[in-house]
Unconditional design. Sequence first.
Length: 275
Amino acid sequence: MKKFTALLLVTLLHGIFPQTALAQDDKTALVPLPSVDDFTRGKDGWAFALGAGIEYETAYEGSDEFGVEVQPAGAIQWRRGDDIFYFAGEALGWRGLRADTWLLEALIGFDEGREENDSDDGRLDGLGDSEEGFELVLEARRAFSNDWRYWLVSRVVTGDNGNLGLFGVGRRFGDKTDGSGSEINVVAVFHDSKYANTGFGITAEQSLASGLAETKVSGGLRSFGINYNYRHNINDNWQIFGEALYEHFSSEVRDSPIARGDYEAEIGIGFIYIF
């Protein structure tokens, strides 16, 4: 969930390629939001895109260690009118536009969990690996007008490791309808006790193995967060994208011995080729 270097780079590239992006204005995306991938160019049928990004991010939730990771980007999409079905990496989903101001989305994703060796400093030694598993994600955005300048967002994540909910408000910058530009979201995040303890709890067995105090975390407020997304069409086939995220944990989460830092953060930048 990172900032100045990537934002500077995308700003410079925006200045280098202004004229080519103008050709994209007539290609209407499902919604004009850079956080919502739409490679269909406003047409029904199949769309394919492939790329990669590099992220500088917190090693695990609550860590004070950071690392660099390369991630694939892109998706296979099929559009029919105001509905898009897609497969993107570890997610299979659907999103649909309703009444021009409602964006609904449902997907099944894969949670890789946390591994003991995620900490190079040995901060997770004795805690073992948390379980991998599938998650169901349901999201709704409600725009205040059909230009999607401002909106409300809500998301629910549910799976074997518990439940998480997110509620917030967003704003879009720029006037293009092809999904390029930038946006910012400010959110509050809540979790139930099972989800909270999966990430920040320490059982009696883990306490003996790690030397960390046994910890139980109750459900409730998890964090406040802010997220920035950027997308720019270099030409008809190439896109550059960037993201920065900061999540500040609640006092109860920060009291867990696993939370070595008060926040989680990431910054990323990448390129996508649209076929």
